[in-house]
Design a protein around this ligand. Structure first.
Ligand code: SF4
Length: 699
């Protein structure tokens, strides 16, 4: 047990809160370990949601992969194989694809749940062992719009520029498209403390979620109009004299251009665009502007749009104009979703990045990383295409012909999922590395079983930028290997016997050196410091450096130290409603499940709590359509149809329906969603598309 007699202190395998857990042997249990909360870990303080409490179920043999699998040609079933055979198939498939079609014919699709060490080694594997530019990851589907906007506005992208506990100390919190009551329940303790000291909560969400139910003010805009709302709020703030002119003059640039664009968003027009009454918008502006301190936190509801980057700029502009950034208990932040959503985007598995959050197009960055990796800068590939674009063209003459998917399940989680599934079936070689036999693994030619959270050691970076350590508590099954061991073995098969260690500590030491001097600087962080300090905030550029819990208090990370205000304009969603498709579909998560559900659908407690998908519909809409509660309905967009029972609720707008996205098969919400991309972040428009709903009996 890792030398800790009272249990191994580690972290939940799921979301970006990374709640602290204590694992102890459970000889009589269905799983090898029992889990309890870790009271001293400051973010969660001993709390765990239901997913975290039951995560040890995944460690048992039921439902997980126990041996490599290979498929002997199209139409054949996956069959067990030795590691030697499976790795040999992967290596020969990669070689023949690159021989026939060039280096970029082999792609890598990573995941935001991979540890920092894995994300780092995966990026190096793609660029050094495969020498391909075709690498991206499912984090592109998560918070890439917020990351793009924050990088431009503040000069560095850290989800929260302050510890999560600071939320309790602000005077007004504006939550936009975020539902932590369902997605990360232990975070609610900070909202409770906020209310206890008289702080106000404004929630912007088309649904009355459990988070919205706690709000002092709930605004319910039409999906796809958050940017219009942010612009309308700034218009009112300007008109009513709430702008902090001194802050704007001293710490920002670009205000006059933003002021000019805002004139077009007068209250009556914004009411017409968003459906939010102008007096409610005015109430929100006054509540937020008159509070001495204030924060805006967004999540996927506001970000997963074809104008997601501009929308985040709209919220950032509001914070900056009101002087609510770069000060204690004030600022803009993004509630990252996946377990390593933050670290996963810093270490080189993004199509356009090198470790340390460096740009792949920056000659200085290329020189630094190339030297560390023992190659020339010219040998490093250039930027590749984004996640959806790689999936969209997979198996075609313009796309990858072989794909390595690691820690991701795009058959359920990608937009326009029918199309993605068809593309993956056309590949010459699909390799899936995963813990469970996911829906993507079902299509694979080779499946490699990997170890999971409590069976290996590695660092993650939580939503606050706090680097933490997941510790090994139990051995993986005999025929299961860690992702680092798999990458190391594959690199060796491809002729790279040096530079791909399987030991996470060695990889982390190399990552530290790679990140040194970069935007996400880990040079002073070690496993020992993380253990002693319950995590270390980056940037931490040297051994003696204390880490940086709060960013931007003195200056922003731009070359001149000032935040950039970026003029943006509202534009309609990529797909608007019409007579054939008269309703807006939004999607989201449920408390019992995590992302594509590949893991949690195998956990009995999660299955019992949320056994199947559903379609939330307002009773007035249901009555008009002739739909009864519990009756199966079709949800049809221009791309396909999903089928699930109706769940009638007055918590949703009459012109909107909602589906959770955790399931494959007929109830797969992403069959319907729109892959239209944000031009800056390449984020697909998961969060709004036009649909029609009908009773199944009416088909
Ligand atoms: Fe905490 Fe998230 Fe795990 Fe729940 S799923 S226990 S909120 S880390």
């Amino acid at each position: 047990m890792n030398g800790q007699a009272d249990g191994v202190r580690t972290h939940c395998p799921y979301c970006s809160l990374q709640c602290g857990t204590v694992l102890r042997p459970d000889p009589g249990g269905a799983a090898p370990l029992a889990v309890a909360g870790w009271p001293e870990f400051p973010v969660s303080q001993g709390a765990l949601c239901g997913k975290g409490q039951n995560a040890v179920d995944l460690l048992g043999p039921a439902g997980r992969l126990g041996t490599p699998l290979v498929r002997d040609g199209r139409g054949a079933r996956l069959r067990p194989a030795t590691w030697d055979e499976a790795l040999g198939r992967v290596a020969s498939g990669i070689r023949s694809a690159q021989r026939a079609y060039g280096r970029d014919a082999v792609g890598v699709f990573g995941g935001g749940g991979l540890t920092n060490e894995k994300a780092y080694l995966l990026g190096k594997f793609a660029r050094v062992a495969l020498r391909t530019s075709a690498i991206d990851y499912n984090g592109r589907f998560c918070m890439s719009s917020a990351a793009a906007a924050v990088n431009r506005a503040f000069g560095v992208d850290r989800g929260l520029p302050f510890p999560l506990a600071d939320v309790a100390g602000t005077d007004c919190l504006l939550l936009v498209g975020a539902n932590p009551a369902d997605t990360m329940p232990p975070a609610l303790r900070h909202l409770t403390r906020l209310a206890d000291h008289g702080g106000r909560l404004i929630v912007v969400d088309p649904r009355r979620t459990r988070t919205a139910a706690r709000a002092d003010l709930h605004l319910r805009p039409l999906p796809g109009t958050d940017l219009a709302l942010a612009l309308g709020m700034l218009h009112i703030a300007l008109a009513e004299g709430h702008v902090d002119e001194d802050f704007v003059a001293a710490r920002t640039t670009g205000f006059e251009a933003v002021r000019a664009t805002t004139t077009e968003y007068w209250p009556a027009r914004v009411e017409g665009l968003t459906g939010v009454p102008a007096h409610r918008i005015r109430d929100a502006v006054r509540m937020f502007a008159q509070a001495p301190t204030g924060m805006v936190l967004t999540a996927r509801g506001s970000e997963q749009h074809s104008k997601g980057t501009d929308t985040v700029h709209g919220w950032i502009n509001l914070c900056l104009a009101l002087g609510k950034a770069g000060r204690p208990y004030s600022g803009y932040g993004c509630l990252t979703g996946q377990g390593n959503g933050q670290g996963g985007r810093e270490h080189g598995q993004k199509a356009d990045q090198l470790p340390g959050y460096r740009s792949l197009s920056d000659p200085v960055a290329r020189e630094h990383i190339a030297r560390l990796w023992g190659v020339t800068p010219g040998e490093l590939p250039g930027p590749g295409t984004s996640a959806y674009e790689m999936l969209d063209t997979a198996g075609t003459p313009d796309g990858v012909r072989a794909l390595l998917v690691i820690g991701s399940n795009p058959v359920v989680s990608a937009p326009h999922a029918d199309h993605v599934e068809r593309r993956l079936r056309e590949l010459d070689l699909l390799v899936v590395v995963d813990v469970v036999r996911s829906e993507t693994a079902e299509l694979a030619d080779v499946v490699l079983p990997s170890a999971q959270w409590a069976e290996e050691t590695g660092t993650l970076t939580n939503l606050e930028g706090r680097v933490i350590l997941r510790r090994k508590a139990v051995e993986p099954p005999a025929q299961v290997r860690t992702d680092l061991e798999i990458l190391s073995a594959l690199a060796a098969r491809l002729g790279r016997t040096e530079g791909f260690p399987a030991d996470p500590r060695l990889v982390f030491d190399e990552l530290r050196a790679a990140s040194a001097g970069g935007r996400a600087d880990y040079a002073g962080i070690s496993y020992e410091r993380i253990t002693a300090e319950n995590g270390v905030f980056w940037p931490c550029p040297a051994d003696g450096h204390p880490g940086t819990p709060r960013l931007f208090l003195e200056s922003f990370a731009t070359p001149d130290g000032r935040a950039r205000m970026v003029p943006v304009h509202h534009r309609p969603a990529a797909e608007t409603t019409d007579e054939r498709y008269p309703l807006h579909l939004i999607t989201g998560r449920l408390p019992a499940h995590y992302q594509s559900g590949a893991q949690t659908r195998r956990v009995a407690a999660s299955r019992a709590a949320a056994p199947e998908p559903y379609v939330e519909i307002h009773p007035a809409t249901a009555a008009r359509l002739g739909v009864a509660d519990g009756e199966p309905v079709t949800v049809t967009s221009r791309r396909g149809t999903a089928v699930a029972p109706a769940s009638l609720s007055t918590d949703i707008r009459p012109d909107v329906v909602f589906m959770p996205f955790h399931w494959p098969g007929p109830g797969r919400a992403n069959t319907v969603t729109n892959p239209a991309l944000d031009p800056v972040s390449r984020m697909p428009e998961f969060k709004v598309c036009a649909v029609r709903v009908a009773p199944v009996a009416a088909l």
